[in-house]
Design a protein around this ligand. Structure first.
Ligand SMILES: *Cc1c(COP(=O)(O)O)cnc(C)c1O
Length: 461
């Protein structure tokens, strides 16, 4: 570790400091998990049902209440290509804002795929390889998850089929080429490979697709493969949140190096994994050590599952093939507006995160596109890094916290997760800089319409 100096900007851990364990919030969460239900029977699922889609090690992690789970040596070896990631003090941003607050960010954009997503992709590819899986199937929206899993499957010599939301496939050729460079096969969803895709194309050959549809296709392909192909999900599930805890475990040590402790921890939320990754190890300090840090999850105003969606049972995908879980949801039939933060366009939120939000352990705000890109640009011009539009939601809220601290004359320690860089998102910046970006919201009537599709769940007493 490097010694601290008074104007230090980067807080770096050595390879030897790479965490050896992931942290599982379910060991300390005061809220017992709700059951996961079968999409047809709406009864609690058996491991048999899940094992069609996932290898047993990941299913065991999904239901584990063990506090610390060892990171396998093979996974740590690949983590070493980019971990530990830097913790940065945003001194230049602080100066521009004229704030007494100290702003820190964890830079997950330094991974080869450019985001936090390889943290779970590498682990999932590893456990699948161990179980004898030949190929993985997955969906991708903006292409971040697909490129992370393509990277990971390449390292573990697994085939990968990516069902990419059609509108992103057309708009984001560079992410698709990145996946293909790593050796994955990428298809615009809906495709004619699946019964579900064929039925949608028959209704509307020009359909833009959605993340929920692409999930349904990837699940159908794995479920009908006779066990050779498994399905991989990049967010939402407990095992994904577990793998992402490596972010917060490192950040705990790095904040210690900086000689500070965060008053507020901030992350953007799509399915909730990068936020949980940075927040849960610090939330443990609240639950177990009596700390009083605030946690703020930032979602787009266009897909406000936490701030406007009810906490209830819903399907994980549009075609009702994925399990039914209790979460904050906009309804599985919800087709989100085409905002540029493609990675945040999911109808639901991680069940663990939803439960903690419902119980008041976590706060949430919904952010429109324009102030988000204003913050992204200010960050790029002060810190040099062009953030992913998703991450810019966290930056917006970090800036708002810093300005609030300035107004109140408080020294506040702010930590946010920079979940990825935006170097492949220039079309979004082009729209912003050209004055073409608009704020999307959707009406209460549309929300109520979408919520009519919720399953009617009756749990045994
Ligand atoms: C996918 C993605 C997100 C959203 O996913 P979470 O599971 O909520 O973390 C956020 N930022 C970036 C850069 C992403 O690629």
């Amino acid at each position: 570790m490097c010694a601290q100096s008074s104007d230090q900007t980067r807080f770096l851990l050595g390879e030897a400091d790479l965490p050896k364990f992931w942290y599982n919030i379910n060991a300390d969460s005061p809220i017992p998990p709700a059951p996961v239900l079968h999409p047809q029977t709406l009864e609690p699922v058996t491991p048999d049902f899940l094992s069609v889609l996932f290898p047993m090690d990941l299913i065991l992690q999904e239901i584990s209440t063990e506090r610390y789970i060892e990171i396998p040596q093979e996974v740590r070896e690949i983590y070493r290509l980019y971990r530990p990631t830097p913790l940065m003090r945003a001194r230049r941003l602080e100066k521009v804002l004229g704030t007494p607050a100290h702003i820190y960010y964890k830079n997950e954009g330094v991974s080869p795929a450019g985001s936090h997503k390889p943290n779970t992709a590498i682990a999932q590819a590893y456990y699948n390889k161990l179980a004898g899986t030949k190929a993985l199937t997955t969906e991708t929206g903006a292409g971040q998850w697909g490129s992370a899993l393509a990277l990971a499957c390449n390292f573990f010599d697994l085939d990968l089929e990516v069902y990419m939301v059609r509108v992103s496939y057309d708009q984001k050729p560079y992410r698709r080429l990145m996946m293909e460079t790593y050796g994955a096969r990428v298809f615009p969803s809906p495709t004619d490979h699946t019964n579900y895709g064929r039925s949608l194309l028959a209704q509307d050959p020009e359909t833009p697709g959605s993340l929920g549809i692409a999930i349904s296709e990837a699940v159908e392909v794995a479920a009908t493969s006779g066990g050779t192909k498994k399905y991989s999900l990049g967010s939402v599930l407990n095992h994904v949140l577990l793998h992402q805890s490596v972010i917060g475990e490192e950040a705990l040590k790095q904040m210690d190096m900086a000689g500070e402790y965060p008053d507020v921890v901030i992350g953007c939320v799509g399915g909730g994994s990068n936020f949980a990754g940075i927040a849960f190890p610090f939330l443990r300090q609240n639950l177990v050590e009596g700390r009083t840090t605030r946690f703020v999850a930032v979602e787009p105003a266009a897909t406000p599952s936490l701030t406007r969606g009810p906490y209830t049972f819903d399907y994980g995908d549009t075609a009702k093939m994925a399990p039914v879980v209790k979460m904050n949801t906009l309804g599985h039939a919800f087709v989100p507006p085409r905002i540029h933060a493609g990675g945040l366009r999911y109808h639901g939120m991680a069940p663990t995160l939803s439960a903690l939000y419902d119980a008041g352990y976590i706060q949430a705000v919904a952010m429109p596109q324009l102030p988000t890109f204003e913050a992204a640009t200010l960050f790029a011009r002060s810190e040099g890094i062009i953030p992913a539009p998703e991450s810019a939601h966290a930056i917006r809220t970090a800036i708002d916290e810093a300005l609030d601290a300035k107004e109140k004359g408080e020294k506040r320690v702010i930590l946010f997760n920079l979940s990825g860089h935006g170097n492949f998102d220039m079309a979004a910046y082009e729209a912003y800089l050209g004055g073409k970006l608009v704020n999307y919201e959707f009406s209460e009537a549309d929300l109520q319409e979408s919520l009519k599709s919720l399953p009617k769940v009756v749990l045994p007493a």
